[in-house]
Design a protein around this ligand. Sequence first.
Ligand code: TPP
Ligand code: MG
Length: 330
Amino acid sequence: MPLETIEDKKRVLREMLFARRFEERCYEAYVERKIGGFLHLYPGQEACVHGVMEAARPGFDYVITGYRDHIHAIKCGCDPKAVMAELYGKATGCSRGYGGSMHLFDVEHRFMGGYALVGGPFPLAAGIAKAILMQGGEEISICFLGDAANNQGTFHETMNMASLWKLPVLYVCENNLYGIGTRIDRSTAVVDQYKRVCGYNIPAVQVDGQDVEAVYEAAKEAVAHVRARKGPYFMELLTYRYRGHSMSDSNAYRPKEEERKWSRRDPIIILRDRLVEAGAMTHDDYKRMDDEILDEIENEIVPFAERSPEPRVEDLERYVLADDDSCRRA
Ligand SMILES: Cc1ncc(C[n+]2csc(CCOP(=O)(O)OP(=O)(O)O)c2C)c(N)n1
Ligand SMILES: [Mg+2]
């Protein structure tokens, strides 16, 4: 990281395309009943986590998010094989097969989870930030959540405290305009989410969440502010999810014209076209990149998950308490 040179931009294009293909493969595996439980996918929103994390330090800064978490974990450095294996409920998964899609976790890369409870990560991110301050570290805490989460009480309680205590935490709202099937203007009195933190004296910005370079530029300022210990910062990224809320959502509630409008602003295509126009790559290069990614997913990542063992019944009561020796990786 960061996202400055042509090479950086090609790398991020590859990462975003990988994210798209990874999620599409998860969809297929779910339909094949290889993956069970809940599954929330990320296509359409790739520029959000990539733009922000290019301005931060993945693996050093702490990241926490909700249940739409696969790509956040991977961007922090979690092995995609361990993510896929976790979705398959296998013992080689990043949460040893005990968590599944919504509960990815990777301490080594400072990915502090995946959480199912909407709004739950707000205070957890503040707690991580408080711990960083107490330990005198240079890390920051970054919390990615959706727009509907801002209607939870935890949002308001946490924003007040984070601002009062000048906690080193960056809140990133991925505003995809919907909370499950409810459009934001039917559930939320103030539609522009960045305006909601002015009551807590937190600097905030609203950014085009489909343009990874715009997200990156805004995130540089946000991260610098938080890292300089000036207190929290709030980013609202305007984005859109291409699929339903989760696999059990038939996605029948959104106007087709709205879906078409957003698909014309695909974050991957925007960056690809810029690189092609700049003469940095051709459409053939892009096709080759895509083929390599598909090959890696099909021939390395999925087979790893398929071949991995199930968790053992004897281990059912292990990994329950944090100070249990068994929680440490061998
Ligand atoms: C405390 C709590 N209340 C309700 C739910 C049910 N629920 C799951 S996702 C969701 C909507 C969240 O939407 P948003 O925050 O915009 O995130 P997105 O799914 O759009 O990424 C709700 C209400 C929950 N999981 N937890
Ligand atoms: Mg939403």
